[in-house]
Design a protein around this ligand. Structure first.
Ligand code: NAP
Ligand code: MG
Length: 502
């Protein structure tokens, strides 16, 4: 174990200055003065408050949506043109890079993730997404269309243009706060939309910091607005607002279903990136050292609080014992501690409720016959939201451990006999977000990949997101995509133009 408390004295000056403020919303290019109810910001390593955010509701959402609506109609953002948008987004990316140490410290304190994860994976990954999307404004284009000869003695010219959908409401979860914010902001702004972002109440600070950097980068007032507060209040007001044209949501399936129902009333466009229960398949011809490490990283990175986490591991019988034993020993070796500790590999979970739910799901699974292959059963730590990594061997697919998203460092393992059984097990899930296949047989890879029903399959690698490759799911994992051309598409609509020439 590393120390389970963060050392606040060691934080950078800018981080200290930021967290010592009492935060309010960011609307129309300025940080609002804090009035009204607030929410304590907890450090998951200690469970203690270290900052404060505003508990916004309908009034704040109205102001933010109005600012975004005015900015959209004023065309300040659209009319700086594609190259102007590209240059501004690139400046924004540069500023994020310049502030990366501070942003990483804030993300670590707020979410609990290890500093190295925030500083060296999350922030560079988000910057890459911003740079990728910055390349799109100059490439968004419609088509010319051959109208044919619909009428005698008349000629027509037809073409399409691509236009931004309007004001976007973006609602994101706490598990990867900064990355999720950029996954929404980057394509929305590249398309020429304006946006109101509602970060999760458990991790809103980096979104507020990003909004300030966006202003500094020259993104006009009203183009990016951030309203903090509870989902049922601020989030729901955003979904109901008549001036919002599109809702892009990342979060749980339950809340996604609710949002989709409400959004139907005003016929908003909706993108839903929801939960997952993603399978990892290890065949006996795989490079086992890489597969073992990959399977472990896939579930233990960010303490399992990753939508695409490989939470179901299926291993071919001939190598099953060897693989699950190695994954369990890897889990036991992971250093648990506060995010700011250099040695920490596994930080705390986001909050007490999440910790209790995850621990409870392990107890339940063991009561139903799951066998723990890992040594650490509980962690006696006052205050912090820590959970030990757990690998559980289960006898069949039926239980909650295999079927339900747990969103913690908990891995269910099962053997399989052949390709057919592996595919059937992988697909036996309500979710369809991601999957990973480990095999050196290229023929097998091409047979298995098309049969798995999900949004993304990674082969012989962990499923790290790449800006040009869309992310998202099918079945209960939602619809629509983030990232790549498909991610941009969700923020555009098509206008057809028909001109009579003769
Ligand atoms: P969540 O409870 O669904 O919350 C997500 C966001 O929705 C938060 O900002 C939340 O606000 C807000 N919200 C809650 N109720 C709402 C309502 N009635 N109306 C509008 N907004 C509402 O999810 P979470 O627990 O934060 O995050 C974990 C989940 O996210 C997991 O299921 C995970 O799989 C999923 N996820 C999916 C992806 C993907 O790409 N598919 C990526 C990451 C995470 P408050 O939290 O402030 O109340
Ligand atoms: Mg927090």
């Amino acid at each position: 174990m590393a120390s389970t408390t963060n050392d606040y004295a060691g934080l950078g000056f800018a981080t200290r200055a930021f967290i010592d403020q009492s935060h309010s919303h960011f609307i129309n290019g300025i940080s609002c003065s804090s009035q009204g109810p607030s929410l304590a910001v907890l450090d998951p390593a200690s469970g203690k408050p270290f900052s404060e955010i505003a508990a916004g509701a309908e009034e704040a959402v109205n102001s933010a949506v109005m600012a975004a609506h005015v900015a959209f109609n004023a065309k300040t953002w659209r009319e700086i043109g594609p190259q102007g948008r590209e240059r501004t987004l690139l400046r924004f990316a540069e500023l994020i890079e310049a502030h990366a140490d501070t942003l990483a410290e804030i993300e670590t304190l707020d979410n609990g993730m290890p500093y190295w994860l925030a500083r060296h994976m999350v922030i560079p990954g988000a910057v890459n997404v911003l740079r990728y999307m910055a390349g799109w404004p100059t490439k968004i284009a419609g088509q010319t269309v051959d109208i044919g000869a619909p009428m005698p003695n008349a000629q027509f010219f037809g073409y399409t243009t691509r236009e931004p959908v309007g004001v976007v409401g973006a609602i994101v979860p706490w598990n990867m706060p900064l990355m999720m914010a950029i996954w929404k902001i980057a394509p929305a702004l590249a398309a020429g939309c304006t946006l109101v972002l509602k970060p999760a109440e458990d991790a809103s600070l980096t979104a507020l910091y990003l909004a300030r950097l966006a202003s500094e980068a020259g993104i006009p007032p009203g183009v990016i607005n951030v309203v903090t507060g509870r989902g049922a209040e601020a989030g729901e007001a955003l979904v109901r607002h008549p001036l919002v044209s599109k809702i892009t949501f990342t979060g749980s399936t339950r809340v996604g279903q609710h949002i989709n129902r409400i959004a139907t009333d005003s016929l908003k466009k909706v993108t839903l990136e929801l939960g997952g229960k993603s399978p990892t398949l290890i065949f006996d011809d795989a490079d086992l050292d890489k597969a073992i490490l990959g399977a472990a990283n896939s579930i233990f990175l960010n303490s399992g609080q990753i939508c695409v986490a490989g939470s179901r591991l299926y291993v071919q019988r001939g190598v099953y014992d060897q693989v699950v034993e190695a994954v369990a020993r890897h889990a036991d070796s992971l250093v648990i501690g506060a995010g700011m500790e250099a040695d920490t590999k596994l930080g705390p979970l986001i909050n007490a409720r999440q910790r209790d739910q995850v621990l409870n799901s392990v107890v339940q699974a063991r009561e139903h016959g799951a066998v723990s292959l890992t040594q650490r059963k509980t962690l006696e730590i006052d205050g912090g939201f820590y959970v030990p990594p757990v690998v559980l061997a289960v006898a069949n697919q039926g239980g909650a451990l295999v079927q339900e998203e747990i969103f913690g460092p908990v891995l269910a393992v099962l053997p399989f006999t052949d390709e057919e059984e592996a595919v059937a097990l992988a697909n036996d899930s309500a979710y369809g977000l991601a999957a990973t296949v480990w095999s050196r047989d290229i023929g097998r890879v091409h047979r298995v990949v098309p049969k798995i029903r999900c949004g993304k399959v990674s082969v012989n690698t962990e499923g790290f997101p790449y800006p040009a490759l869309p992310e998202g799911g099918c079945k209960q994992s939602g619809f629509g995509r983030d990232l790549g051309p498909a991610g941009l598409e969700g923020y555009l609509e098509t206008k057809s133009v028909l001109i009579q020439v003769v």
